[in-house]
Write a protein that binds this ligand. Structure first.
Ligand code: ZN
Length: 421
């Protein structure tokens, strides 16, 4: 068995993309007489986005021998747009099965999903492991290539994406995809297939906006359902199609954290109490802070998260919550949150038990009294407050979801869920 990891063959300027390079490599392996067992699409730390959104690396698992696979990988790297100085493609080729990759490579994969790894570490680890490596430019592509190689041994939650590619002469032009056919097919196969269309806005999330070769990508838990949705979409001609096994929609980037210990450029689940009520600032971004002990953490729901901000705005000081998202410059960018406990009452001035009017202050620290009836109260009393939230998980809509973030509809959460679709 052979595993080929690939990364950073894409270019923002000319539109090449790493999934396309992996699909091309798989095709060349088949032409050379090999069998492709699977193609992996591995999303790495979303905080590390050098030039394209999504920070993806790819792996192809095959029975072709490592030497021949390496020479085919070399050919495919040539396709990478190395005229773009920001493109630094890399490949790592192993001569073991995907599950037999050494534990330290598997650990490297998890680190590359949750932290920031540098090319030097990737190069040293590749060499000490005895894997072959290929690279152009500054070698940054080796980080993703090695991480993709270790993915099968370290991750256990997998989803699928069925990608249709455009004919090369159409790359960069407007895409012709019939939105209604997407909506109907997506609705028929939900929730086996998710994040295809954003229902509230009608936006076809599966159709990218970048000049890359992808026409659309259908994501879900069932590869057959993903294919069925793709089959039902009316569009311009399709050049080729490929199904990828992915860690998209799994939340594997999230680590358990505490309010006082989170670090920049990683993503966390953190539990605390709302300390500063939500505030909408310029641009429509909604800020709040949570506290735990003496520590505080600012959180933000950005404007593109749209209706999710209404759920965030419904939070009150004192609510117990778990927030999830990436921390940058000390601020957690909300991807989802769970309401653990809602404040159900608020202190208010008491009313007179005799006449029913609101009491007035009897003086500093002397409680309240009714001037007409001479009734008194020691202090404020609790009154119930109407809340527009329920306990459980809330999430950003599909249009704002990061590739790696887990849609609530996939299940497995510790509490009720309020899925967006
Ligand atoms: Zn009274």
């Amino acid at each position: 068995m052979t595993v080929v990891g690939l990364d950073d063959t894409d270019s923002r300027e000319t539109g090449m993309c790493t999934t396309y390079a992996a699909a091309e490599l798989a095709e060349r392996i088949r032409e050379a007489g090999g069998t492709v067992q699977r193609r992996l699409l591995v999303r790495l730390n979303p905080a590390v986005e050098h030039k394209t959104r999504g920070n993806a690396a790819l792996a192809v698992h095959t029975d072709l021998d490592a030497d021949r696979a390496r020479s085919l990988a070399r050919d495919v790297l040539e396709l990478a747009q190395t005229d773009d100085p920001k493109t630094n493609p890399g490949a790592v080729v192993t001569d073991c099965t995907p599950a037999e990759v050494p534990p330290r490579v598997a650990e490297f994969t998890l680190d590359a999903i949750r932290e920031r790894k540098d090319p030097t570490t990737a190069t040293l680890l590749t060499d000490t492991t005895g894997f072959a490596r290929l690279q152009d430019g500054n070698g940054r592509g080796l980080v993703g290539a090695l991480a993709a190689v270790g993915a099968w041994a370290t991750l256990d939650d997998w989803t699928y994406e069925h990608i249709a590619y455009r004919e090369p002469d159409r790359w960069g032009s407007d895409r012709e995809v019939d939105a209604e056919s997407v909506r109907v097919a997506a609705s028929r196969h939900y929730p086996a297939v998710w994040d295809t269309v954003d229902r509230a806005s009608g936006y076809p999330v599966c159709v990218p906006r970048t000049p890359c070769p992808i026409l659309y990508g259908i994501r879900g838990d069932d590869p057959d359902a993903c294919r069925a949705v793709a089959d039902a979409i009316e569009s311009e001609p399709i050049d080729r199609r490929a199904t990828f096994v992915t860690n998209q929609g799994t939340d594997v980037h999230l680590q358990d954290g505490t309010v006082g210990t989170v670090a920049d450029d990683s993503a966390y689940c953190v539990t605390g109490t709302v300390a500063t009520a939500p505030e909408t600032r310029e641009g429509g971004h909604v800020f709040l802070s949570i506290a735990d002990g003496g520590a505080r953490l600012q959180c933000v729901a950005f404007e593109p998260t749209k209706r999710f901000r209404d759920r965030v705005r419904a939070l009150c000081e004192g609510d117990r919550v778990t927030v999830c998202g990436e921390v940058t410059d000390g601020t957690l960018k909300l991807e989802k949150f769970a309401v653990r406990e809602l404040v159900r009452t608020e202190p208010t001035t008491p009313t007179c038990p005799d006449c029913g009017t609101r009491m007035s202050s009897a003086g500093h620290n002397q409680g309240y009294c009714c001037r007409d009836c001479a009734t008194t109260a020691d202090g404020k009393v609790d009154r119930p407050v109407e809340r527009d939230l329920e306990p459980g998980w809330y999430e950003v809509p599909p249009v704002a979801r990061r590739h790696i973030a887990k849609p609530l509809v996939r299940g497995g959460f510790d509490g009720a869920t309020h899925p967006e679709r």
